[in-house]
Design a protein. Structure first.
Length: 157
């Protein structure tokens, strides 16, 4: 188990570093600070780490899929920001929720920015063919739709 924890931590560190490179805090600064609020709070980075491990398992270079892994992490954080608004949660990862620290409108914009940047980062990734890029973007878009459908069903329940 310790070995797995170490491997996940190593990959999480790789993703965190890439987030710093691929999602800089630019103008408007507050928007990107709000978007990075939860991202920078850490987390296990389990989803993107699993992508890196899957690439390695089939003989691929995990560095090649880092942009896709960052995209997955940004989508995950987008969902957390929006979920906290819907659930009226006060905190996330030991920090004030984004809508608490900024406001609801700012949190929605921050989440939407992460969502948009996830696709922008994925679309800029170096992939073998245009078909692979289309398939990747289609898969991320379908996953996002499924997340929203699941959240809707959760609200109905």
């Amino acid at each position: 188990m310790v070995m797995l924890d170490e491997e996940l931590t190593r990959r999480a560190d790789m993703i965190s570093g890439a987030i710093g490179d691929l999602l800089p805090v630019v103008h408007p600064k507050e928007l990107y600070e709000a978007g990075r609020h939860l991202v920078d709070a850490g987390g296990k980075r389990l989803r993107p780490s699993m992508l890196l491990m899957a690439a390695e398992a089939v003989g691929g270079d995990p560095k090649v899929v880092v942009p896709a892994a960052v995209s997955i992490e940004l989508v995950h954080n987008f969902t957390l920001i929006h979920d906290d608004i819907m659930d009226n949660a006060e905190t996330r990862r030991g920090r004030p929720a984004v809508h608490v620290k900024w406001d609801e409108a700012g949190a929605i914009l921050a989440g939407d920015t992460l969502y948009s940047k996830a696709f922008e980062i994925l679309a800029a990734a170096d992939v073998p063919s245009p078909e692979d890029m289309v398939a990747s973007v289609k898969m991320l878009a379908g996953t996002c739709a499924a997340i929203c459908e699941g959240q809707w069903l959760d609200m109905e329940f």
